[in-house]
Structures are given as C-alpha cells and as structure tokens.
Design a protein around this ligand. Sequence first.
Ligand SMILES: [Zn+2]
Ligand SMILES: [Zn+2]
Length: 310
Amino acid sequence: MTDGDDASDAFGALGSETRMSVLQTLVEDGGPVDRSFSELFAASDEDTSAGFAYHLRQLVGTFVRKRADERYELTDAGLRVARGIAAGAYTDSVDREPVPLDEPCPFCEEQSLDARIADNVTTVGCTSCERDLLELPFPPAGYATHDDADLPEAFDRYHRHRIGAFDDGVCPTCGGNVQARIEPVDEGDDAGSEEPQPVTARYACEGCGDRLRCPVALTVVDHPGVVAFYHDHDEDVTDRPVWNVGGEWRETLLSTDPLAVRVTTRLDDDELALYVARDGSVVETQRRTAETAPPEAGAGDAEAAEAESA
Ligand SMILES: [Zn+2]
Ligand SMILES: [Zn+2]
C-alpha cells in the first residue's frame, strides 16, 4: 500500500496540463503506445524542449518508463491513470433524469420503481410507497455509454460482479484482501420484538477501504445449489436484478455464537435452504421437495439445522 507522502508525490507529478497530456498521448484507442521524445514534445503545448524535458522527468519512474531504445511508454500506474482520465473517473459528476425499471416494487408490488442518478450514485426506489431499495455508485463512463434502455442491466451486471468479487475475498476496486462479516442488524427499539432479527452482509477491503453492505441472499444467488434449484424450476436466477432477487427469499438468524444464518428460497412448494457462517461461506445446503418436507417446519427444525451446520 502507498503511504500519504508517496501518494502526494505521485499526484504532484500529475499536477500540470503538460504532464497530463503526455499520459494521454501515450494511449491510443485505449491501448498503450510508445513515442520518442520529439514526438511527445511535438504533441505538447510547451514552447521549449528544455521546458518539456523538465515535465517529462517528473513523470519518469512512476507513470512513464524510458526504454533502452530511448522511447517512452506508460507504466502500469500510468496506464491506469490515463484510462481513468478517459473514463472521467476523477472529474465527471453525472446527474440524469430518473430511469423507469421493469420490475415491480418488492414492498408494495406496484409497477413504480425507478433509478435516480445524482453525482454518480444511483438510487433505486419506489415512487408509490416511497421506499428506497438500494443506493450504489456507478462510474461516469458507465452512465455515458449506456442509454436509458441499457443502463439498468449494465448497472445490475456491474454490481453483481462486484458483490461476487467481494464475496470471493478479492476487492473489485484494488484487488486487495476482503474481510467479510455476516452480522445481525441492530434495530434499536425493535430489539425484543417478535419479528425475526434482520441480518446483513458487510465486506471491507484491507487495501483501499472500499466497502459494501447487502442482504445475505444477494451473496448466495450465484451459489451452484441456487442456480441448479432455479434451473430445475425453469427459472434463471441470474435474470433477477440486484434490487429485487424475488419475494420468495427469507433470511433467518439461527444463532449468534457461532453465527449461523439460514437463507431459504421457495419455488413451487420446493424449498432450498443455505446455512451461512459469519465469514459469509455457505457451510451446508438442504433441498426439500413438497413430498419429503415435514408437514410443520417450525422452531425445532431450526435447531436441527443449526446442529447440522455447526
Ligand atoms: Zn413500493
Ligand atoms: Zn480495495
């Protein structure tokens, strides 16, 4: 990881229009290219080659490499900065008119979900019951290159993969190690009520500090057992968007020490149960068909499951 001094030196090296334009000159159609000193100088706005040489020296080492054949090319860090500039990652703030979504609201079932975009963050909410379902950022280039018809699916795929990477223990932003934690949600005044205590999945990257919080059900939708269960009922669970994976999902906190959560989904009277541990791993799955399911699946059932999943 980079400490503060290294980072400010690196960003200081980028603090001039001439140096930023050198990085952009060393990329063509998104790919790195090599250039001689005179080619780079010609492409710049500098009046003297001595003045240009000074700027180029500030980049060499961190962002630009001078090869043995005297030509210049981007380092990996330089390429990432150049692509970030091209994508508007450091400069663009996108606001957009609300985009209507196809799926019904999971709370009130009205056909009234939309995606509102402000300062690069998309909020999916319902205009009927006025509840917000999720709020997640999306990069400026993602907004710029997808029209209203494509944007909801692109946003869904992007976050589906991000959740998958977090769940696999690798940060989708920096590649760093991720700490996962399934935990009860502290509901304050609701504690002690008859309602089952809600749970949530939290991920935090040790490298860049990126973090994500989402329902536990979202972390298991790509589990092979889930994909197969839906496939057997002629449904494709990967069609479900992140803002509504379906009303058939339930999450139950079985135990806090050790932490065990049961996530169930139900199709045509068949039930699939996944037992999830504190680190987010699925330790056990159980499938019950309508014929083999016990007539009453009550509290005793939960205890049995807890023992099996321990
Ligand atoms: Zn609603
Ligand atoms: Zn990270």
